[in-house]
Design a protein around this ligand. Structure first.
Ligand code: CTP
Ligand code: MG
Length: 239
């Protein structure tokens, strides 16, 4: 899988244990199909196609471990296999923590949401390359297109940060393994792994994100993803 020379292992952690409340499908979101493939399979295929990862650990709901193994080619519940399925947790943070615990040998982690099912392999390879170049934390970032306002509890605007200095952050997020382990050693919760690393005072490097790495969160996002998936030329590199 990993075509780089270095023997230091890059382990991808794929949080896929969410319930998908905002999508509102009748199954956990990562198992919802886009273009005929479950999101979690598309995400794993993208990681494999990047050529940048040695091992993939997928965190799923406890009752869907067998289903996940069945739909991820070459996977099992054993750490001996290149794609390992483990049980996630109640919050995303818990799921990532479960993945970290399953990879004591990792030198680098790429944490990549199953819900970013159409992420181009090229972006994954770029984050991994920046890690190997010595940056301990690397995240894809896109300029924000909307004006962002801060509001108080009653919804009244309290400020307008300068948009030029704001970025929307995607996955995969890459980390030196020891840094991510340290960030998760504390009992904290976050929607973003880099946020935990920032709390330790580490520098987080950005690389240009990709619109195709958008997170499928709502029904509108799923419609967009289905439309894109119907353009086979767009997802061909994933398969
Ligand atoms: N995730 C996870 N474990 C959780 C919660 C989320 O592994 N306890 C994963 C999701 O499966 C998803 C990714 O984290 O791939 C990003 O989370 P999000 O988009 O919020 O997905 P859900 O939590 O499933 O959706 P919602 O918040 O709408 O319920
Ligand atoms: Mg969620």
């Amino acid at each position: 899988m990993n075509t780089a020379d270095s023997g230091e292992s890059v382990v991808a952690l794929v949080p896929a244990a969410g319930r998908g409340v905002r999508l509102g499908a009748n199954m956990p979101k990562a198992f919802v199909e886009v273009g005929g493939s479950p999101m979690v399979r598309l995400a794993v295929e993208g990681l494999l196609a990047s050529g940048a990862v040695d091992r993939i650990i997928v965190m799923v709901p406890a009752d869907l471990v067998e289903s996940a193994v069945a739909l991820l080619p070459g996977s099992s519940v054993s750490p001996a296999d290149a794609v390992q399925v483990v049980v996630g947790g109640a919050e995303r943070t818990d799921s990532v923590r479960a993945g970290i615990a399953a990879a004591p040998d990792a030198a680098y982690f790429l944490v990549h949401d199953a819900a970013r099912a159409l992420t181009p392999p090229r972006l994954i390879a770029e984050v991994a390359a920046e890690l190997r170049a010595g940056h301990a934390a690397v995240v894809p970032a896109l300029p924000v297109v909307d004006t962002i306002k801060a509001v108080d509890g009653s919804g009244t605007v309290t400020g307008t940060p300068d948009r030029a200095g704001l970025r929307a952050i995607q996955t995969p997020q890459g980390f030196a393994a020891d840094l991510l382990r340290a960030a998760y050693a504390a009992d904290v919760a976050a929607t973003d792994d880099a946020g935990l690393v920032e709390l330790l005072g580490a520098r987080v490097r950005t690389v240009p994100g990709d619109p195709m790495a958008f997170k499928i969160t709502t029904a509108l996002d799923l419609t967009l993803a289905e439309t894109l998936a119907a353009r086979l030329d767009l997802i061909a590199p994933l398969s």
